[in-house]
Write a protein that binds this ligand. Structure first.
Ligand SMILES: C[S@@+](CC[C@H](N)C(=O)[O-])C[C@H]1O[C@@H](n2cnc3c(N)ncnc32)[C@H](O)[C@@H]1O
Length: 253
């Protein structure tokens, strides 16, 4: 499991929190009593939940001590739990399980999603957003850059974990009263290619950089930047569009 750096992650806090807002906008609950934010990170998504339902009991769950420390600092009134979601069990059945930008780090979605759905209280909602960027240049290049690092990175490379929309629908529709499912492709305006690299250094690129010794890490990062320069060409004003598809679903029990 990679370590997390909340400062690096929060460099693009507005862009990263936007999908959480859009996911939350589709949650059909007026007054949930118990809300859980899975993979809460530094608490940016949890803050939205607390803003919408100030009366609810809200728990943020994350495996990273660094991320939870930041969340506790910013939102001391909420509950924070350190746990691996692969094993996590709530003490009380939640009315909402919210999971923004975390499921891509967990394996075996065909088992995981129905298990999480089963934990909900009657009428409860599972709301999930996952980056759908496995085949985007940002992710293809981090896996396949040719160079001396190639063998070292073999242990980090993984096949796709995020399923197609239809597969999530087939998993949840037999269990749910309603399933709302959609995709959005964001076009983030970035100052330059280096900013795109900074973005992925906060998430997907972390395991690759951590696996490499310092000397190789620098040359890998330079080669990655060169690939990103090509893959996301400058627009007329010199900025780059970082094209980023995401998949959303909201299933109600
Ligand atoms: C990309 S951040 C998402 C943060 C926040 N939810 C948001 O909307 O921006 C992903 C978080 O998932 C956490 N995470 C990854 N794998 C996990 C696991 N197996 N169990 C618990 N948390 C995990 C990481 O520690 C990280 O804080």
């Amino acid at each position: 499991m990679p370590t997390w750096d909340e400062k690096q992650y929060l460099k693009f806090a507005d862009e990263r929190t936007r999908p959480a807002r859009e996911l939350l906008g589709r949650v059909p609950l007026a007054a949930p009593r118990y809300v859980v934010d899975l993979g809460c990170g530094p608490g940016n998504s949890t803050a939205l939940l607390a803003e919408r339902w100030p009366e609810a009991r809200i728990t943020g769950v994350d495996s990273s001590a660094e991320m939870l420390a930041r969340a506790r600092l910013d939102l001391p009134g909420l509950e924070w739990v350190q746990a691996d979601l692969a094993q996590w069990q709530p003490g009380t059945a939640p009315d909402l399980i919210f999971a923004n930008a975390v499921m891509q780090w967990l394996p075996d979605h065909p088992a995981l999603l129905p298990r999480l759905f089963d934990l909900l209280a009657p009428g409860g909602v599972l709301a999930v957003q996952v980056p759908d960027n496995f085949d985007e240049p940002s992710h293809v290049w981090m896996r396949s850059l040719p160079g001396s690092w190639s063998e070292t990175l073999a242990s980090v490379r993984q096949g796709p974990r995020v399923l197609r929309a239809g597969h999530y629908y087939d998993l949840l529709a037999p269990l749910a009263s309603t399933v709302d499912i959609w995709g959005t492709r964001y076009e983030h305006v970035m100052t330059d290619a280096a900013a795109i690299v900074e973005w992925v250094k906060g998430t997907g690129l972390r395991p690759y950089l951590e696996a490499l010794p310092a000397a190789q890490r620098d040359s890998y990062q330079q080669a990655y930047l060169a690939a990103i320069e090509q893959a996301y060409p400058p627009r007329a004003d010199g900025r780059r569009l970082f094209s980023f598809p995401r998949l959303f679903f909201v299933a109600q029990r």
